[in-house]
Design a protein around this ligand. Structure first.
Ligand SMILES: Nc1nc2c(c(=O)[nH]1)N[C@H]1C(S)=C(S)[C@@H](COP(=O)(O)OP(=O)(O)OC[C@H]3O[C@@H](n4cnc5c(=O)[nH]c(N)nc54)[C@H](O)[C@@H]3O)O[C@H]1N2
Ligand SMILES: Nc1nc2c(c(=O)[nH]1)N[C@H]1C(S)=C(S)[C@@H](COP(=O)(O)OP(=O)(O)OC[C@H]3O[C@@H](n4cnc5c(=O)[nH]c(N)nc54)[C@H](O)[C@@H]3O)O[C@H]1N2
Ligand code: SF4
Ligand code: SF4
Ligand SMILES: [Mo]
Length: 898
């Protein structure tokens, strides 16, 4: 039997006897002694290949035999060996290698790219670069972010390996051998025409100027690097921002960051140009007679405060609504809801979590006691089966998507439930493609199979779950054949999926908006939780129910209390009002407020009079845009706080308060796996713009609540949050400085929590199964509207495009598209790029067509990233019955040539 602590290995290093644990390479062992060994083809993120030999060390094995050179990066450490890490002959050996490689390096490029690994080594060894600036191989500048100059290639294959192993796209291939060896794309395509997703990993690992950031050729070399968190999605990648002359000129991934492990996607890596976009607004503005006028903060704050005061005096505080920003920090969202409750005196406060994962939060809270992801991204590598439901992580959570794909390629089973053949669906063991809107019958039929084939985990059910008998009876009629009729998914595929999920454990479920943005959004998530409970796939590593949260801080915004029914820490008003009244020293409104969607209803009905919208383009992003527009136009006061005059500001704003981007302020974001991570100022605030926190504090002061909003810095706000929410009490700025911590983390000795519900559920010992009946949506196809459209995202743009639309991402994807199956396109005589008019019962838009077999015949897919298209004119009024999340995922439409 293997002992828990295998004996250490004894190795002689540079004449001194040392002991090491097993499983290290020589390079790793030497690094533990702080002995630096030069490396070139090696990258810690990749399996070592020992190709370049620059890391050679002298090894005698067993000790006493003559020494010979071995590549330290690849060579496993062996008991009884002797290593010399440096010597005159090693030095000559390495220098000789570098001298040969120097023929591929141009002196000018060494200066432009001082951090490239080969350039650094040449400098260290004093070897002069010898290449001229001639380019026998054409330079490929097709890609907006990446420049390819294979004249500089030293054939280390780092790009090939990283694109294979980290990103999984396999863009780079090795052609030929020996001196003729060259690296190229399949078919020699320009990078922009290849399957490259622009993650930049190959650029980042390339040790020469063969692969470089296109921008680096006209930007100065960064003089300072600041570690912060990506401003886009809920993966929460850590990155370093390179700054020169107070401008962001580069970014790179943090190698040892927990969620991205040295990887980024194209947006984190390249889409920061919005920070200095020409049309960024950096002075406050007020609108008179339809025209914006620039002003100073004093006037803008006075006007905003007067307006709010007037509405409250005339119509009461509940005539005002406040929307927090899922893009802003935890600290700012905490202040936002505190502002609504303390200063305005209303619980009408919400954020865009409403429209994406409140159904997940509601279902998880109801059934398991905590409304957040149960597990962590690190569980992906522990899962034997991955179940991806209504999510497209390769595009929307790309770093997690890459991790899922890698795990599947390592042999884990992959089940994808999505009407479209997404990137992951293409490599799945089982792809169940339900007609949009039929998750519940499909998931129920999976539960049916679990009972019928006795695949349930009896021990787990007995110990931890209630309602088993009832659910068994309820599921009896939900046969796969019945689900086939409703969803179109073949019964045998349903059975196969159920078996994999139940038998190949641990099985981890990750889900997205394809499950939540429906009439039965919350119930869909409940049906999924049933499956996890039935199979014991909860409370253990590699399992769980994991909503892939949307924005950088949507999880944070909601948990901070930008929610009309809960206070900081997701505690219900009825349970916690008194505690918060004591903490904040004021009486609070006790009645739950309006949510983002019902605020619009109230505006429409003339009951809501003012809206203070922070970092949320509600007009462009809410469903049924024409109705949203009518409602917003009835408001007496719309205050927009943003970096840009977004569609809401443009069409309905009265006061515009300009704020800084996350690169210009400090704070924290909370990622999808409950990790609190630091955000740090890398550049100075642009123009007169202030942070959201500063604006909220000024406005509160103007309205007479200066005492409650006297925060000197983000850390002071965070410490107030720790005082009112015990689950983060142990997360100080100091402790979260490097990797962040996952809550619950109750004191400074608590390492944080990677897996929830390990022994018991948050609210009770036992979780309760839910019987979810199917209720079809009223949004149905008809003779007039024969197509079923579903809406969502693509890799290159983010939500309503406010930020990515102001970057070079625009060159990768200039506008939204309508995807249609080749069969339907043929029937309608439509081809790629033709402009088509899409009409629903609610409105119409014009989009360029893209013929694609990713969608099924009769179904369509469109993105909503281009505000000029306003896709949400098409989406309708149907909402999740529990949380009001709009049914963005089902729209009946007709299509014709525009
Ligand atoms: N590149 C990029 N990344 C993003 C964003 C972005 O805009 N762009 N936005 C961020 C935000 S705010 C969010 S919330 C997340 C969202 O991330 P996801 O949840 O992945 O988002 P979507 O693309 O809207 O929808 C996911 C999938 O649901 C499928 N679907 C549609 N109808 C159904 C159905 O009835 N059943 C099932 N099972 N599936 C269905 C669609 O085909 C689609 O592939 O992404 C975040 N990340
Ligand atoms: N048809 C269709 N519509 C959808 C969806 C869908 O799947 N289909 N998905 C829905 C979903 S899930 C979501 S989350 C919404 C997203 O809709 P939005 O929340 O409107 O989208 P974002 O693009 O994230 O825009 C947020 C705004 O925040 C601003 N911003 C960025 N950083 C900061 C900051 O630090 N402070 C402040 N004050 N502002 C900042 C940006 O400039 C931008 O104007 O769209 C929804 N709409
Ligand atoms: S940028 Fe990423 S996807 Fe593109 S070739 Fe490089 S590693 Fe591959
Ligand atoms: S995966 Fe998400 S968090 Fe990571 S770099 Fe891309 S957008 Fe940013
Ligand atoms: Mo979202």
């Amino acid at each position: 039997m293997a002992s828990e602590h295998p004996p250490l290995q004894t190795v002689e290093v540079d004449g001194v006897e040392r002991q090491f644990p097993h499983g290290l390479t020589m390079l790793q062992a030497l690094r533990t002694l702080n002995i630096s060994v030069p490396t070139l083809c090696h990258d810690d993120r990749l399996t070592p290949v020992g190709e370049c030999w620059v890391c050679a060390v002298e090894v005698s094995l067993p000790r006493g035999l003559p020494f010979s050179n071995r590549p330290a990066c690849r060579e496993p450490l062996r008991d009884g060996c002797s290593i010399r890490s440096g010597s005159a002959s090693l030095d000559a050996f390495r220098r000789n290698l570098l001298e040969q490689l120097a023929a591929r390096v141009a002196p000018e490029e060494m200066e432009r790219f001082p951090d490239k690994a080969l350039h650094r080594l040449l400098r260290e060894f004093g070897v002069p670069a010898r290449a001229g600036l001639d380019h026998p191989i054409a330079i490929d500048v097709s890609h907006p972010h990446i420049r390819v100059d294979m004249n500089r290639c030293i054939a280390c294959r780092r790009c090939v390996r990283i694109c294979d192993d980290l990103q999984g796209e396999s863009v780079w291939h090795v052609f030929g051998r020996g001196d003729d060896l060259r690296i190229d794309t399949e078919g020699g395509l320009p990078l922009a025409k290849s399957p490259c997703v622009g993650c930049g990993a190959c650029v980042d690992t390339c040790p020469t100027a063969a692969l470089t950031d296109a921008s680096a050729w006209h930007e100065p070399v960064p003089t300072e690097w600041t570690r912060t968190t990506c401003p886009y999605c809920g993966v929460g990648c850590k990155l370093e921002v390179g700054v020169a002359g107070d401008r962001i000129v580069a970014t790179r991934p943090v190698i040892d960051a927990p969620s991205n492990k040295g990887h980024l996607c194209v947006k984190g890596r390249y889409a920061h140009g919005y920070v200095d976009a020409a049309d960024r607004i950096t002075v406050p503005k007020v609108r008179h007679d339809g025209r914006w006028r620039s002003t100073d903060w004093a006037e803008a704050i006075t006007l905003a405060a007067d307006g709010l005061r007037r509405v409250a005096a005339e119509h009461g505080p509940d005539a005002i609504g406040v929307l927090g920003s899922s893009r802003a920090t935890n600290e700012e969202n905490y202040l936002t809801q505190k502002f609504a409750r303390v200063v305005i005196g209303t619980n009408n406060v919400d954020c865009c979590a409403r429209v994406c994962h409140t159904p997940s939060a509601a279902a998880l809270k109801h059934m398991l006691g905590t409304g957040v992801a149960t597990n962590s991204f690190d569980d992906i590598e522990q899962a034997k089966t991955l179940l991806v439901v209504g999510a497209n992580p390769l595009e929307n959570h790309p770093v997690v998507g890459a991790r899922i794909r890698q795990q599947a390629q390592r042999g884990a089973h992959l089940i994808v439930i999505d009407p479209r053949r997404t990137g992951l669906a293409r490599i799945a063991d089982v792809h169940l493609a339900p007609r949009p809107g039929t998750n519940v019958p499909l998931l129920n039929s999976l539960a049916h199979v679990l009972f019928a084939e006795d695949l349930v985990d009896r021990d787990f059910l007995a110990a931890r779950v209630e309602g088993v008998e009832g659910l068994a009876a309820f599921m009896a009629p939900w046969t796969p054949e019945r689900a086939t009729q409703l969803s179109g998914v073949p019964a045998d595929a349903i059975r196969r999926a159920a078996r994999l999920y139940a038998l190949e454990r641990p099985a981890m479920a990750l889900h997205g908006l394809g499950l939540t943005e429906h009439l039965q959004g919350t119930q869909g998530v409940m049906a999924l939780i049933d499956l996890a409970l039935l199979t014991g796939n909860l409370g253990r590593a590699g399992s769980g129910i994991n909503p892939l949260r949307g924005q950088n801080n949507v999880q944070g915004a909601a948990v901070m209390g930008c929610d009309p029914g809960t206070l900081t820490g997701s505690v219900r008003l009825v349970d916690a009002c008194q505690r918060f009244e004591a903490a904040w020293g004021v009486a609070l409104p006790h009645k739950p407020g309006l949510n983002a969607v019902t605020m619009i209803d109230a505006a429409h009905a003339g009951k809501l009079k003012a809206l203070y919208v922070i970092g949320y383009d509600i007009f462009a992003s809410l469903a049924n845009a024409d109705v949203t527009a009518m409602a917003l136009s009835k408001l007496d006061l719309v205050i927009v706080q943003d970096m840009f005059l977004n569609e809401t500001a443009n069409s309905f704003g009265h006061v515009f308060l300009p704020v800084v981007s996350s690169f210009e302020k400090d704070g924290t974001f909370m990622n999808s796996e409950r990790r609190i991570q630091r955000v740090r100022r890398a550049v100075a605030p642009r123009g007169d713009s202030l942070s959201d926190a500063e604006v909220l504090c000024r406005l509160a002061g103007e309205l007479g609540f200066g005492d409650q909003f006297r925060h000197t810095c983000a850390e002071a706000v965070w410490d107030e949050i720790r005082a009112v929410w015990p689950a983060v009490a142990g997360i100080s700025y100091g402790r979260s400085s490097r990797h962040g911590l996952q809550w619950p983390c109750v004191d400074e000795y608590d390492p944080g929590t990677a897996v929830l519900h390990a022994r018991r559920f948050a609210n009770a010992d036992k979780a309760k199964l839910e019987q979810v009946d199917y209720r079809p949506t009223t949004e149905c196809t008809s003779e007039q509207y024969p197509f079923l459209l579903t809406t969502g995202r693509t890799l290159h743009h983010f939500n309503v495009g406010t930020m990515t639309g102001r970057t070079r991402q625009q060159l990768l994807r200039p506008t939204d598209t309508l995807d249609m199956h080749p069969y339907d396109a043929g029937q309608l005589d439509l081809r790629d790029d033709m402009p088509v008019r899409v009409e629903s019962r609610h409105g119409e838009v014009v989009l360029p067509l893209r013929v694609s077999d990713a969608v099924a015949p009769g179904q369509l897919f469109a993105t909503f990233h281009d505000p000029a298209r306003m896709l949400n004119r098409l989406t309708g009024p149907v909402r999740d019955t529990v949380t009001s999340a709009p049914e963005y995922k089902v729209v009946a439409v007709r299509v014709r040539l525009a």
